[in-house]
Design a protein around this ligand. Sequence first.
Ligand SMILES: [Ca+2]
Ligand SMILES: [Ca+2]
Ligand SMILES: [Ca+2]
Length: 611
Amino acid sequence: MKKKISKWLKCFMTVLALISLVFTSSCFSVPAGADSADTETEHKTATPAPTSAPTPALSPTSAPESQKSQSHDENSGLDSEGRIVANFGSPVIDGEIDEIWEKAQTIVPKHIIGNVEASATFKMLWDDYALYTLAIVKDKNLSVQSDYPYMQDSFEIFLDENNDKTREYGADDLHFRVNYENSRSADNGNIERFYTAAKRLDDGYIIESRVALKTKPSNGKVMGIELQINDGKGTERLGTINVFDPTGTAWNDTSRFGEIVLTGRTENDKSGLNPYDLINLILSTQKIDLTRYKNADILQKYFDEQYIALKEVISKLELTEEAANEKEFKSMPDEYKMLSEKQGTIERLQYNASNLNNGTDVKYLNVYLPYGYNPSDKTKKYNVLYLMHGGGEDENLLFGGPGENRELKRILDNMIARGEIEPLIVVTPTFYGGKNDTQLFPEELVDCIIPLVETKYNTYAASGSKEDLKASRAHRAFGGFSMGSVTTWYTYIYCLDYFKYFIPLSGDCWVLGGPGSSDPKAVAEYLAKVAKDAGYTPRDYFIFAATGDLDIAYPNMKPQIDAMKELSDTFIYSANLEKGNFYFMVCEGGTHAWNWVNQYIYNILPDLFKN
Ligand SMILES: [Ca+2]
Ligand SMILES: [Ca+2]
Ligand SMILES: [Ca+2]
């Protein structure tokens, strides 16, 4: 009780201080006719607010009519009639600022009540179903300590959809609130119509919000509106920031609202997806006390059925032709990391490779043989993929040696077992040892490695002769990560006669210097010339490149890929392999690490040996 009294006393003192500030400040305007009843401070029947509530009373009657125009300030972002102008567009309500917000006018609220330390700007958009608001609030002192939601640091939206400006709230009038922790409250209207996302910033917070409309809006529609920020500090509210209402009484009187006019919808505009009504409805079921219902089970049954139904609909989405040009990264499901019942085997081969001292080095490579591989069945032939490790790694890095079951091997086993790819042989050599150089490695590849592997196992190479290896190039692929990707580009340059498929992962071509060529156009032209000089058409080679947007190799790779796209008589960019021979899959969030690379391989493997 003592605590409560001291809180009240503190609140009362704050109000006194604020009132004195109001009377000595010239920065407030009050519409003519505002009386003491209208300036009653904000409190709700649902929340027992003290009579000396946080919003201070204002100078009651003396403001001249001319001061009404304050909200029409040129820098306020309002139109000449003092209205918010909202463009057409559907942002995603996730707390991140979408590009579409650039279409919206920045509104700077001018009405400040109290010793507010926060500042804010608003933006508004609309679509066929809803009104959207972006509030960016700068506030060093964020608090949700007060028991009263309107005294917490929060954003409020007031909407008079019919714009009938009634003194009392009607059935069409809404008043919603959300604090910076994304906790929503409604003073008027069904809260299921209000969806929000909040994000903390170093110096404040962002609220993205959506209010579902009852009537279908169109260009030129005018509605009543008010936007408000409550600046909390500790358990107190320092004051409020409003776009239209200088009296702090919009909560009690819709005639205090300003107006919003909708504009900008063209014939071709479409509204974005609206999952929000459903999300809100689903969230509301969490509050149901299941013990009160005999048949509560039907709820979970319904969720399970709808989950499957939604997944099925998503899987049936068909790409547009334009979108199909981009290879879409799909996150690998966890089950591909599990041990398959049908496991392939790994064999280790030894060979001698020439070094730069006129001698030879003993080197090793690993060979993955798919489940069911039968050495004596010479009629069954296998495609071969060569995969190269990155700098500082070795031939055992990718899937280990005999008896091991590392992630990449489990992925191969699972993809083959599910029939997603044809059984194939995968070879992991190393560019270390021998001539010990990525650029010189292709010599060793053609002279030693391919003949060794492809005459030992059942492949499409009729023999180890150069002619027979060239003749079977359509059944051979080379890929690698990082320095292995650099090696892949060299393999394309020096061994195009022996390989049809190339998978450079997170590494650019260094033939004219690298990493990150100063002249990516020259690199692209160099690569194009290789194919042309060899007499190949774009159907004769395929380049499946990939990296992550957070990968250190991305900034090196991107300009080269962009330059290659320009040479569209050689490198035809499309993930639709009937059309193109080259794509660049960029994984959002992917970094320079094998857990990502294994997923790139998972995504790319089904494209090999198809054309
Ligand atoms: Ca967003
Ligand atoms: Ca109304
Ligand atoms: Ca605050």
